[in-house]
Design a protein around this ligand. Structure first.
Ligand SMILES: *Cc1c(COP(=O)(O)O)cnc(C)c1O
Length: 436
């Protein structure tokens, strides 16, 4: 098996740099997410160098939905990242992590009036997704005596090679305003008393393993940028979104590196701004490619069952990692405490959730496993914990962060009390009191 550079097998144990996952599982229990802050920083620097070596004015907006732990946001904030936020909660977390309001973008196709008011109050640029939203925002900014800075989310109507559930730039998706209507949208924005159009935004999808779709989208964006500049819009930024994929199947897939991404996209960007006669900031919004490979999910074998398949029943399921069930996603599985043994048993990794679809991996060649053995699912840092739930009334597991030789909890495990803490006793129901 090919492993990313920060993972290695030592004495049969999977290690994250110097940290032995077997010891981490003993110390913190399982299931357990373990994230490497150093890996996140290295991923960020790869992007930053690739882009700034070609154009100085670049802002990376981390897509906060990929992994919303404050410790992750703080790590990225300290490197200079802003954030793409998709909810009031993400906006609050980004600010709490120390990110500047000026390098946040409030995205979303369905924002409430409260969301829009919050963006105005905090001075965060709004990516406007419809004409209706534009007019509501104009009214809300007017009531606050403020100017709302906006970008429009462009739907470039591009076919992108990825899973249909994460292709966001198709003509048929719910996201954005059709590119043909974008000039009219800016004309309308210029006519609003309390709206200041300052940017333009697109995001074509996720887990994209080729650079061509980004090049195409950039081309569409540059044509629109020139057109709306002529119209009198002063663009402070052009935001090309996120979506660069990672090689979940390391032995079969390759993902473009940030360097390859920049080498392909930047010439189109540079030519476009030269043609339009502008020098806006370039914003990009990577999520997955910054954090996915930083994290493993450690899970222990509860039991082994020889049935139609060899089921390895583990203590993590789609309550903690829904990607396999939701997107047919593939995550590499490592026998974390016996990785040096022969991989001879075709094994299916099944979670503890009461659903047939609670399968984390199917028919993988692994060593013979028994109850108590430890498995690691790789590349769980994006859309892993962030999409977790308490389904089946399972308290969510803890998250540990590593940096250098240090390890610390960045989220404690939930307890049974956390399951009930928001539930309210009803006045017409007798409350059971524990006996005694
Ligand atoms: C989800 C999202 C991203 C990040 O996508 P990745 O595939 O994780 O890089 C960026 N921008 C917007 C608007 C998004 O919705």
């Amino acid at each position: 098996m090919i492993l990313p550079a920060h993972l290695l097998i030592r004495n049969g144990h999977l290690c994250i740099r110097d940290h032995d996952t077997v010891l981490l599982a003993e110390e913190y229990g399982t299931p357990l997410f373990v994230t490497d802050e150093d890996r996140i920083a290295a991923n960020y620097r790869d992007y930053h160098e690739a882009l700034t070596s070609r154009y100085p004015d670049v802002q990376i907006l981390y897509a906060a939905k990929a992994n919303g732990n404050l410790a992750v946001l703080r790590a990225l904030a300290s490197l200079g990242a802003g954030a793409d936020v998709f909810s009031a909660g993400e906006l609050h977390l980004a600010l709490a992590a120390g990110m500047q309001p000026g390098c946040l973008l409030f995205n979303g196709s369905s924002k409430s009036r409260a969301d829009l008011a919050l963006a105005v109050e905090k001075g965060v640029v709004v990516s406007v997704d419809s004409f209706d939203e534009l007019h509501q925002l104009n009214e809300i900014a007017g009531m606050a005596g403020a100017q709302a800075a906006i970008a429009f989310r462009v739907n470039p109507a591009l076919q992108v090679p990825t899973h249909p559930k994460i292709a966001t730039g198709l003509e048929t998706t719910k996201f954005g305003i059709a590119h043909a209507l974008i000039p009219a949208a800016y004309r309308e924005a210029l006519a609003c008393d309390n709206i200041e159009p300052v940017g333009i935004h697109c995001h074509i999808g996720s887990q994209i393993l080729a650079v061509e779709p980004f090049v195409q989208a950039c081309g569409v964006m540059m044509r629109i940028a020139a057109e709306i500049t002529d119209m009198g819009v002063q663009l402070r930024f052009i935001d090309l979104g996120g979506g660069l994929g990672i090689p979940y199947r390391m032995s079969e897939e390759r993902a473009p590196t940030p360097e390859e991404y920049a080498a392909a996209v930047m010439p189109v960007f540079l030519e476009g701004i030269a043609a339009a006669g502008i020098r806006p900031s370039l914003w990009i919004e990577p999520g997955r490619s910054l954090v996915a490979d930083s994290t493993v999910l450690l899970t222990r074998v509860n039991s082994v069952k020889e049935a139609y398949r060899t089921f390895i029943n583990v203590d993590a399921g789609f309550n903690l990692l829904i990607r396999p069930a939701m997107y047919d996603a593939y995550h590499e599985v490592v026998a974390a405490d016996r990785a040096d043994q022969d991989h001879t048993v075709r094994s299916t990794i099944a979670g503890p959730i009461c659903e047939t679809g609670d399968i984390l991996a199917t028919d993988r060649l692994l060593p013979a496993l028994r109850a108590g053995n430890l498995l690691a699912l790789l590349d769980c840092g994006a859309y892993g914990f962030a999409m977790s739930s308490q389904y089946n009334s399972r308290p969510r597991c803890p998250e540990v962060m590593l940096k250098g030789s240090s390890a610390a909890l960045m989220r404690r495990g939930e307890t049974i009390d956390d399951l009930t803490s928001a539930m309210q006793p009803l006045p017409w129901q007798e409350q059971d009191t524990p006996p005694g």
